[in-house]
Ligand binder design. Sequence first.
Ligand SMILES: [Ca+2]
Length: 520
Amino acid sequence: MKLKKAIACVGAAVLLVAVTACGDKGGPAEIDDPKPTSGAAGETAKPKVNMTIMGEFASSNLSETDKLLVQSIEEATNTAIKFDIPPSTGYTERLQLSLTTGDLADVVWFPSPDDASFLKAVKDGVIIPIDEYLNEADNIQNYSYDISWDALRVNGDDKVYGIPRTTVIRSDGYWFRKDWLDKLNIQIPDNNEITFDQMLDIMTKFSKEDPDGNGKHDTYGYGWAAQPDKSIRPVFQNELGLYGWQESDGGEYKYMNPQYDLNSDKYTKALELTAKLFKEGVIDPDGPTLDGGKVLEQFQSGKTGVIDGFAGHYETFLNAGKQINPEFELAYVFVKNEQGEMKGLGQGTGLWGFWAVTSSASDPQRVVDVFDYMLSDEGWDSIYTGIEGHDYKVENNQRVYSATPLETFVRKNMVRRANDFMFFINPAMSEELKQKLVPNIEKAVKRIVMSKDRNYTPAIAKTPPYLDFNKKFSEVTTKIIIGDAQSSEYKEVLQDWNTKFGQTYLKEMNDYIDQIENKK
Ligand SMILES: [Ca+2]
């Protein structure tokens, strides 16, 4: 359907005409497209442009659906697109080599705006600013997070150095053992939202009241893990109102993170609560030594009754759990904060890497146009659902999807639309399952609160003495949580930090946030 449309529109070859004649802004798909009138091509058509896109994908070769997608993009934008996909284990090296030798694709993917080779390439003029090309890129503007643009202004000149590869930011809820809730006669409201007190009560019952009925005291309320760097942090920060850098309630600094605030007890209270739950065995005592994979295993095997996680994993988690215990059932639950609000910290800057236009690009505007097309309603429909005839057929005005397409290396990994939670839902999913999952994913996307630091790191925090001192925070946090230190010891370390580094750190962070916030 869409491919036919794209071809039909390119037949007319006038993009302006294409928008009016073939625009399909969310309306129902029509089967009988009027045939394009020929002869309109010519005057305003843009010349064909060749471009190479260098990116990191799971396969160096395009799959069938990838090829069909690229073809539809080429036809819609009058381009010839080549992909340069190094083996993913060697991507960084290949990218650096290209930057050094100047043998560059028109547009290249970088994993992060902090990437040292990216920052150098910007300084050297190898990566160019794209502000002027974004003027008419309404789709890129509409479907990127504001914070992503801030993260891409890396050169102190207020210019943007990349097209976001957006990731849909979520703040997930919790998986509960539904069969354990039933066994203990605990009801969850229809909207799946409970208070933090209810959450604490349920976790306590899961650890004390033998929810698996084996007569042994062998379960824990909540499964948690150490951070990837092995440090541990207090649990339930969302519920306790810890959302990173926000406007402060007063005091010396306009913006504050409770973790660094000598005048606030929010963070020490979170430490105290984690220590209490740890001591009482309400949270898994093995948590500090576990990683994410192990936490999932403990939950599926019935050692813990609650874990946090993505609502879209329902079928996978349920099937894995049922293999171990046929009684295994799942409920997905959100926990409101102490003020009764549905809020959760969104991580990152909305970027899952980004696309940087290089000084070798023969037509930078057209590179931006290609990405803008991918995010248009028509382009996005092909990216999300695939191409008619291959990924789905149209029968009785309805799309019938083929078996789950797995080889969407390029198709599903070029661009995303900010806040578009339907991305997480396979279009082939049954209506019944959609109705079960979509409301939960929607809540996880809509409840996000972003930390105002936008992943910015003050210069002082990159110095060796600072990095060395930082270990003291990890040490004291671990000690408090496992019961080897009083929570007041955190404030002692914080006081020391404040004297040595904090004033510089807090001022620099405040200046950064202030500058970005005032631009709005
Ligand atoms: Ca038991």
